[in-house]
Ligand binder design. Sequence first.
Ligand code: ATP
Length: 291
Amino acid sequence: MVGSVMNTTNTDFHRKKVVFIMGSTGTGKSRLSVDLAGHIPAEIINSDKMQVYNGGLDILTNKIPESERNGVTHHLISEFDPNSDFTVSDFCFHALKAIDKIVRSDRVPIIVGGSNSFIEALVEDPHFKFKAKYESCFLWLDVSVPILNSFVSKRVDHMVHAGLVDEVRALLIPGSDSDCTRGIHRAIGVPELDEYFKAEAKLTDKTTKEKLLREAIEKIKDNTRKLVLTQLKKIQRLRYEKGWAIHRVDATPVFQRGGKDAGRAWEEFVAKPSLAIANDFLLKLNENYVM
Ligand code: ATP
């Protein structure tokens, strides 16, 4: 049975404890982080390189809305200038600052997001001495690729219904040569729609415009499916080649079921096992613990 760590404080440990939630886009990482924070005294640090930016694109980058955060404090989300490049070093610097603040308030930092290069640098770059200061638990929310592909494709359609095209249009200055290599402009959806807006401006025929828009949306789906695969490969590399002790949690049944059954499957296959792993980790005395 899952125990409770609500009365255990992070300062009880010699090396402080940090939980990571990894996984490809669309697997449910944000939901899991908030669920865990309902049972563990925790704050969340975003590690998605596109969600760090403010100034729009909340639909496109799929940021967790305030209403779904359950009052849990989120760090490094919507905080930085969308025209600046938020680098790996920026992430490490700001994440370490947030981690330090969270553990000082006797809470557990939960780092959540799909940018594995950020996570790898934070944990392994000797400059940050992360391993000397912190003990980590890695949860990997995995979903069968064909099922996830179909989900993320439908998610793009939902984003379009929710106003994705206008959201990106508002970001790009009309008539200007937008630099799709910088900041938030690199997010999947921006270069594809930028190309469409440029072509659209030269057209009068409605049917051709609609056709081009459909093609741009297909490209967004295609690039999102590619992202699913590259993110998966990066996690597999960390686990199988670098030997990171990553706990795999299979969320596939949640996606295979609909309605109430999906909610039950989430509890059974994702929420409970993840909480059990996190609790084990948090309750275990640190290897370097000094009595
Ligand atoms: P890399 O070093 O290859 O950039 P990474 O692990 O640091 O990989 P990922 O999160 O896999 O970063 O992002 C790779 C690319 O995928 C981003 O540069 C961006 O184009 C796109 N991308 C990632 N996350 C999002 C998102 N939430 N919304 C839109 N596009 C995204």
